[in-house]
Design a binder for this molecule. Structure first.
Ligand code: NAD
Ligand code: UDP
Length: 315
């Protein structure tokens, strides 16, 4: 049975893509929500419908700076997620992951809150085993252009488990695989938004490398359902949440082309450094512990995402 308790929820990064969908869900459940964001990649308009609601509060704040709040649950999502944004100021990204998580764990400890960390499949790096179970320890470059993010999330996970061991802090560590859907930024450089926006503008789709690298794409509604279930469960994680359907980037381009304009060209651009060649989650743990699995197919999720971008993109 669903947990009906009303909690005071703090959502860091709540103005962003995933954070704003999470807030929609919490508000619809009649929960109290404080959104904390520095608006680096988030937008107030993602939350416009909740501004003025007595159960909703918005705080402009940077998680690298400590903050005192009385809350029961912390959903710690603050961190740029797309390579373009997290590489814009990599030192800041590393600080956000380390200091931000450290500050939120300190807060969780002080007020006895449960904290969920939005970690990532990037902790597996360019994986040598396929698909990736939670027990896989990863193959991550410590000094490359993706390291600020990948290593940042790894140390964030480490901090969570040290707080659990030292202070019995209630942690939930979620390893999120590539997620897409409405409210992705049209300029954030992630592959789904890039291809859709390019196609809607009648531009060629930019394939990095030969397009044989794979990703597993999870629709945002499925992801948020998994996030909520993990928070409510008794399992600390780490837990993979993602869609195990695996597609090459070229296949993704074809699926988007067919839906928007089959005549578009695909052009090749250089593969960025350390770009993982394959990625697919093992989700047996989520199935067993939460009874969760994704329900939305890539085709269906793309249709919904394309409809949203059609209103967003001005030709
Ligand atoms: P996003 O960039 O849309 O959202 C991140 C939010 O955090 C933004 O609103 C941004 O302004 C805010 N933020 C960034 N730095 C901050 C700081 N120092 N202080 C306060 N706020 C800050 O990204 P998203 O896709 O919604 O990702 C949310 C979380 O999920 C991130 O932690 C990301 O690492 C993780 N994640 C996302 C994906 C994905 O595919 N979307 C995959 C793996 C992990
Ligand atoms: N990619 C691409 N064209 C683009 C944007 C990305 O071919 O316009 C590729 C990118 O090189 C990577 C994959 O798509 O192999 C997923 O990229 P994204 O930035 O969305 O996520 P991540 O690499 O962090 O999984």
């Amino acid at each position: 049975m669903a947990d009906q308790t009303i909690y005071r929820n703090l959502v860091t990064g709540g103005a962003g893509f995933l954070g704003s969908h999470l807030i929609d869900r919490l508000m619809k459940e009649n929960q109290e929500v404080i959104c904390l964001d520095n608006y680096f990649t988030g937008r107030k308009r993602n939350l416009a419908k909740w501004i003025g609601d007595p159960k909703f509060e918005l705080i402009r704040h940077d998680v690298t700076i400590p903050i005192q709040l009385e809350v029961d649950r912390i959903w710690h999502l603050a961190c740029p997620a797309s390579p373009v944004h997290y590489q814009f100021n990599p030192i800041k990204t590393a600080k956000t992951s380390f200091l931000g998580t450290y500050n939120m764990l300190g807060l969780a400890r002080r007020v006895g809150a449960r904290i969920l960390l939005a970690s990532t499949s990037e902790v597996y790096g360019d994986p040598e085993i396929h698909p990736q179970p939670e027990s896989y320890r990863g193959c991550v470059n410590t000094i490359g252009i993706r390291s600020c993010y990948d290593e940042g999330k790894r140390i964030a996970e480490t901090l969570c488990f040290d707080y659990q061991r030292m202070h019995n802090t209630q942690i939930r560590v979620m390893r999120i695989f590539n997620t897409y859907g409405p409210r992705m930024l049209s300029n954030d450089g992630r592959v789904v938004s890039n291809f859709i926006v390019q196609a809607l503008r009648g531009e060629p789709l930019t394939i990095y490398g030969d397009g044989s690298q794979t990703r597993s794409f999870c629709y945002v509604d499925d992801l948020i359902e998994g996030m909520a279930q993990l928070m409510n469960s008794e399992h600390s994680g780490p837990m993979n949440i993602g869609n195990p359907g695996e597609f090459t980037i070229r296949q993704l381009a074809e699926l988007i082309k067919i839906r928007i304009n089959p005549n578009l060209n695909l052009i090749q651009k250089p593969l960025p450094l350390d770009d993982p060649m394959q990625r697919k989650p093992v989700i047996e743990l989520a199935r067993k512990e939460l009874g969760w699995e994704p329900k939305v197919s890539l085709e269906e999720g793309l249709d919904k995402t394309i409809s949203w971008f059609k209103k967003e993109v001005k030709n």
